[in-house]
Design a binder for this molecule. Structure first.
Ligand SMILES: [Zn+2]
Length: 76
């Protein structure tokens, strides 16, 4: 699950991915801040954690992943 938020301070589009591997009832407050200017974006409660990066980084990573998928695995 990914979500796009625009930083009001530097106008960077930030991608927020929520990761909750553990199913617990205990939620904690997480302060999300912009990876570029460190400005506070918002506070959220989660039982996992948030992965915050810029849209550019996010797209780059997706590209690398899709390239990896196209490469055949070397025979061992
Ligand atoms: Zn910013």
């Amino acid at each position: 699950m990914e979500e796009l938020i625009k930083c009001e301070n530097c106008q960077t589009t930030v991608v927020i991915v929520e990761d909750n591997l553990f199913y617990s009832d205990e939620k904690s407050e997480v302060q999300l801040s912009c990876p570029v200017c460190n400005d506070k974006l918002e506070t959220r409660s989660t039982d996992g954690w948030f992965f915050v990066q810029t849209e550019i980084e996010f797209k780059k990573e997706k590209e690398i992943e899709s390239k990896k998928e196209r490469l055949p695995y070397p025979m061992m």
